[in-house]
Ligand binder design. Structure first.
Ligand code: PRX
Length: 571
């Protein structure tokens, strides 16, 4: 077999002829898949859950299989409808209205999903936070969004700031607690008292539903704002790319604190009405295989980091498990190494389908379809209805096989509609009618796109996006640290690791203990995934004359590369 091109396998794929579909496709055609095309009543929570609960054929179908080391439970569509209605009633009782921001800071659990849909049903905007965040990360996001309610657990409550959050009116606690202050709402007690009937707040397709905070190379994390209209593209890609069919058992490994965990951990599968496996707790290659085997997973959406760990765990490991149900595997978040695809063909006897998109894009844009040839190392081709290209710095298209900035013609349905409270940041994404991604890539003559790297300083560690500014800001809060510059350093398993260069304040001596203390300071103050794995003390941090940290230069030094243009370097 030609390893450069892996042909599509025979199969009953939902989208058989991508080229033909592309020619005549209009997004309007997708609208017929939603009840609002007939009723005029819009709410993504209705399409995702209640529609299946209203249908006698799917009402009692298992929607959610939840498994964590200490808990195994299921929910049918009808049960999810009722529980989310109850939660919507709880929010209503405490005065939450359409457009309000309600944040979730808790591990994956059945309660998370009840709360999430309750928020959407009342027309509020959900803001899921990654459970590993520490106080500073939680504070930044709650402050910027001016969230009025937070849903969390007693275990995570110590990381919720007690001051500086004037807008935060109520904290819902999921789990046993003895908080007496009237600021706290006990989830269990309120849910028991709440009706399981709720009149959904019908919204406009352009009304907000979700805020995901994500990192850029400068400034604090920014709130990427998505609207109900997103469902059109989420449905389409769940159909064409995830290739979901009625009797599929689907598993997405991503946490709902990140966009993959909402777009395709929640909406995609349930818009298509399939059974969705949600796995809590920590992962090991063994537990991944067990989850696939024990739940008879048919479609699996995961990340290169997970796959690379499975590759390292050895080729004999998958033989110990019965993975015969698995028919379709996809990947997102980082470059998918060709070696991993080769491993997949051997160990799983399946092709692994890379997909490319971003928090800002809301849904998949460039993909490998089950019915198309795969070119290992390529992210694939744009889905029908999406036009992608490569542009230069001025936003002009450049020819095939030349590297530039990956750009998408504006107007796809799931595109973010704003950066919360930051219109100028939002504007900065667009040039000449293109959304400019900041990823460097090229396109071959046949329209396959090939990822090359980031054009800015954003770090991608184990598929998680980390802004160097956020880490630098935390580092310099430590009394020993004067200045800090943070870069991503290539790593075979994690893609990149975070490396920080620091200068020390007078009176501090470099020692392994001090460096470990500083590392822990970031880990416990910001979040574990943002803590530098490597810390190096320098005499000075290179900066431009206008005071910007020259991370590119730090990176060149670290990797022993030519330093390029240093004319703006401060004396
Ligand atoms: O650099 C690209 C990388 O992840 C970035 C987006 O990160 P985030 O907003 O956290 O969303 C991740 C999941 C949707 C992109 O700018 N990225 C995403 N998918 C791929 C990728 N890099 C290479 N190949 C991919 N398939």
């Amino acid at each position: 077999m030609d390893m450069q091109k892996i042909p599509a396998r025979e199969g009953n794929h939902n989208l058989k002829d991508y080229q033909k579909m592309r020619e005549s496709f209009s997004w309007d055609d997708m609208k017929k898949n939603f009840s609002w095309s007939e009723t005029g009543k819009v709410n993504i929570a209705y399409e995702t859950i209640d529609r299946h609960a209203d249908n006698p054929d799917t009402k009692d179908k298992v929607a959610l299989i939840y498994s964590a080391p200490d808990r195994e439970e299921t929910r049918t569509f009808d049960e999810l409808r009722k529980e989310s209605n109850q939660f919507a009633n709880v929010l209503k009782k405490y005065g939450v209205k359409k457009g309000d921001r309600v944040f979730l800071f808790m591990p994956r659990s059945p309660e998370f999903y009840a709360a999430f849909f309750g928020i959407l049903k009342i027309g509020a905007i959900a803001g899921p936070l990654f459970e590993a965040f520490m106080e500073q990360a939680v504070r930044d996001r709650l402050q910027d969004s001016q969230a009025s309610v937070l849903v969390t657990t007693p275990e995570l409550l110590p990381r919720v700031p007690q001051d500086d959050l004037p807008d935060l009116q109520k904290i819902v606690l999921v789990g046993e607690n003895d908080e007496k202050d009237e600021k706290y709402i006990d989830y269990q007690r309120e849910m028991e008292a709440a009706s399981d009937q709720f009149d959904i707040e019908w919204v406009d397709l352009e009304d907000g539903m979700l805020l995901h905070y994500t990192s850029g190379s400068t400034g604090k994390p920014k709130g990427v704002y998505h609207v109900h209209n997103n469902m059109i593209q989420l449905y389409a890609t769940a159909d064409w790319v995830l290739d979901l069919k009625d009797d599929d058992i689907y598993w997405c490994t991503a946490d709902p604190g990140w966009v993959t965990g909402t777009s395709y951990g929640i909406f995609g599968p349930w818009l298509k009405g399939v059974t969705n496996v949600i796995r809590g707790g920590r992962f090991t290659p063994e537990s991944w295989y067990e989850t696939l085997q024990d739940n008879k997973v048919t479609v699996w959406y995961t990340a290169p980091t997970a796959l690379r760990k499975m590759v390292s765990a050895g080729e004999n490991l998958p033989e110990k498990y019965d993975l015969s149900s698995l028919r379709h595997v996809l990947s997102v978040g980082e470059p998918l190494n060709p070696e991993v695809i080769t491993w997949g063909l051997k160990a799983l006897n399946l092709r692994i389908h890379d997909t490319w998109w971003m928090t800002e894009t809301g849904a998949m844009l460039i993909v490998n379809l089950p019915s198309e040839e795969i070119r290992p190392g390529s992210m694939g081709q744009p889905i029908p209805g999406v036009e992608a290209t490569i542009v230069d710095n001025e936003g002009n298209e450049i020819p095939p096989n030349q590297m530039g900035n990956l750009a998408i013609k504006t107007g796809w349905p799931s595109m973010m509609r704003a950066i919360w409270n930051n219109p100028s940041k939002y504007e900065s994404y667009f040039v000449n009618g293109w959304y400019v991604s900041g990823d460097s890539a090229y396109r071959d003559e046949d329209g396959y796109f090939w990822f090359q790297g980031r054009l800015d300083d954003v770090i991608n560690t184990s598929g998680e996006r980390v802004g160097p500014f956020e880490v630098e800001s935390k580092l310099i809060e430590h009394p020993a640290v004067m200045e800090a510059g943070v870069i991503g350093k290539p790593d075979p398993e994690r893609g990149e690791i975070i490396k920080a260069f620091i200068t020390l304040n007078e009176g501090y001596e470099e020692s392994p203990e001090l460096l470990e203390e500083i590392r822990q300071f970031v880990k416990t103050g910001l979040s574990a995934h943002a803590a530098p794995r490597e810390l190096e003390v320098k005499d000075a941090i290179p900066k431009t004359r206008s005071g910007k940290i020259m991370r590119r230069l730090l990176k060149s030094w670290e990797l022993g590369l030519p330093t390029g243009d240093t004319s703006t370097l401060e004396e």
